[in-house]
Structure formats: structure tokens, C-alpha cells
Design a protein around this ligand. Structure first.
Ligand code: PGA
Length: 252
């Protein structure tokens, strides 16, 4: 946790969810609006097909909404892609960019991620920029080096606490049930915090740095209580309101 920073617990639904899943989003909203979900901000990032419906479900409430990716261009001949302005127009406030699954399966480079993040900001969205090392890189002692290169290359040139969130997600911890040790998480988050200071100056001190990768109700307290860990980016455990809310309850 960072003093004076409101944590963010964001759910990344990835390629999961049909309209029936809106019931989970409704349950999240009800808990948050009833004041039962703790002090953190909650955001849910369903697939693009559900954004507009989710926005209606969340309208007037306190749960935020995000997209999972956006194109770097404002509009044009990019079949199948989604512009940041479309995500905003659908009712979202956030957009995830540079998730390792995008970097891995769609060949997104740091420069591409940076362009997407900047497109998000331009459209009025807060960019959640993901970084993280592979298992081989961690075992080679290169985690900090790899993550630092990604942070330097992927973050928008200008930003601050109201426009940028960084998510540290070790690739080997995503969807595997494995997590780094608290000391390893704290070490990477401290390195990211230093870089945020270099990039954004004083504003970097309050940019939220989320941890992501197999966050579950059972391990949330240990991970989310660490210095410079300002919330979580949650995949699998965000699909069910009960689990997602149990993670958010870390901040009760
Ligand atoms: P996980 O995914 O919580 O299912 O490990 C996290 C993520 O990819 O954002």
C-alpha cells in the first residue's frame, strides 16, 4: 500500500463472459454500492461485447468499467479492432494495455503498448499498463531488468495518478496458481516506483502499481499489504462476484 493512494482492484475477464455473466457484474455493483466491498475502487474489464451492457448495469453506481485492449489509432481500416474512443463511448473509464497475453499472442512490443496507452489517455481513459517477466527471465535473475525495460518503453510519455496505472504481472504466475514471494513482489514494485519517479517526477509517487498473477481470496492479504502494492489485477478469480469481492475485502 502507498499512503494516500486509494487501491484499485481490477478484474480482467479475458475472453470469458456472455450476457448471462452480467449477473456477476450486478452482484459486484450491489455489494459496492451497499458499502460492503471495502475501501478500494473496484473495476471490471469484461470482453468488448459486454462493455455497453455492463455500463448500463453499473450506471450511477461506484464500480468502474474497463476494456481489455485498444488500437493505437483513433479510427480507420483496422477490421476487428477497437478504438479507445469506442471503449470510452461504451461507458468505460479504464483500458488495459500490454497484457502479457497480448504481447505473447499478438506480438505487441513496448512501443506498440505505449502507443495504445497514449491512445487511451487521449480518449479520456485511464491506461492500465501491464509488465512482467517470464519464468526463464526470473530464474536468470533478470526480472528487474526486464520489467524496467518494459516500464520505460510502454508507459505514456506524460501521465500521473489520474491517467496511468501499472500492473506488475509475472507471466509465470498468470493462471498457474503460482505467485512470487512477497519479498520478490516488493522488490519489483519498489523498482517500478523508482522508475515512475524518473518518468513522471513527483506525480509518480502516487501512480497505482497493481500486482497480478494468481491473486485469490486466500493469498490477497499477504500480497496486497506490501509496500508499493496498490491493488490487484485479477483474472480467473474476478469472474465470480463472490471471489472478486473477497479479494476486495482485503481493504475492509
Ligand atoms: P489470473 O490472471 O488472476 O487468472 O492469474 C491475471 C491476469 O492475467 O491479469
Amino acid at each position: 500500500m502507498t499512503p494516500g493512494v486509494r487501491p484499485l482492484v481490477a478484474g480482467n475477464w479475458k475472453m470469458n463472459g456472455l450476457s448471462a455473466s452480467l449477473a456477476e457484474i450486478k452482484a459486484m455493483r450491489e455489494a459496492v454500492d451497499a458499502g460492503k466491498a471495502g475501501a478500494a475502487e473496484l473495476a471490471v474489464c469484461p470482453p468488448a461485447t459486454l462493455l455497453a451492457q455492463a455500463a448500463w448495469t453499473l450506471k450511477g453506481g461506484k464500480v468502474s468499467l474497463g476494456g481489455q485492449d485498444c488500437h493505437a489509432k483513433e479510427s480507420g481500416a483496422y477490421t476487428g479492432d477497437i478504438a479507445a474512443s469506442m471503449i470510452k463511448d461504451a461507458g468505460a473509464q479504464y483500458v488495459i494495455v500490454g497484457h502479457s497475453e497480448r504481447r505473447q499472442y499478438h506480438g505487441e512490443t513496448d512501443a506498440a503498448v505505449k502507443a495504445k496507452a497514449e491512445a487511451g489517455l487521449k480518449a479520456g481513459l485511464v491506461a492500465i499498463v501491464c509488465v512482467g517477466e517470464t519464468r526463464t527471465e526470473r530464474e536468470a535473475g533478470k526480472a528487474i531488468e526486464v520489467v524496467s525495460t518494459q516500464v520505460r518503453g510502454s508507459l505514456p510519455a506524460s501521465g500521473g495518478p489520474d491517467t496511468v496505472v501499472v500492473a506488475y504481472e509475472p507471466i509465470w504466475a498468470i493462471g498457474t496458481g503460482l505467485t512470487p514471494t512477497p519479498a520478490d513482489v516488493a522488490e519489483v514494485h519498489a523498482a517500478i516506483r523508482r522508475l515512475l519517479g524518473e518518468i513522471y517526477g513527483a506525480a509518480g509517487a502516487k501512480v497505482r502499481i497493481l500486482y497480478g498473477g494468481s491473486v485469490k481470496p486466500a493469498n490477497a492479504k499477504e500480497l496486497l499489504g506490501l509496500a508499493n502494492v496498490d491493488g490487484a489485477l485479477v483474472g480467473g478469480a474476478s469472474l465470480k462476484a463472490v471471489d472478486f469481492l473477497a479479494i476486495a475485502a482485503t481493504y475492509l
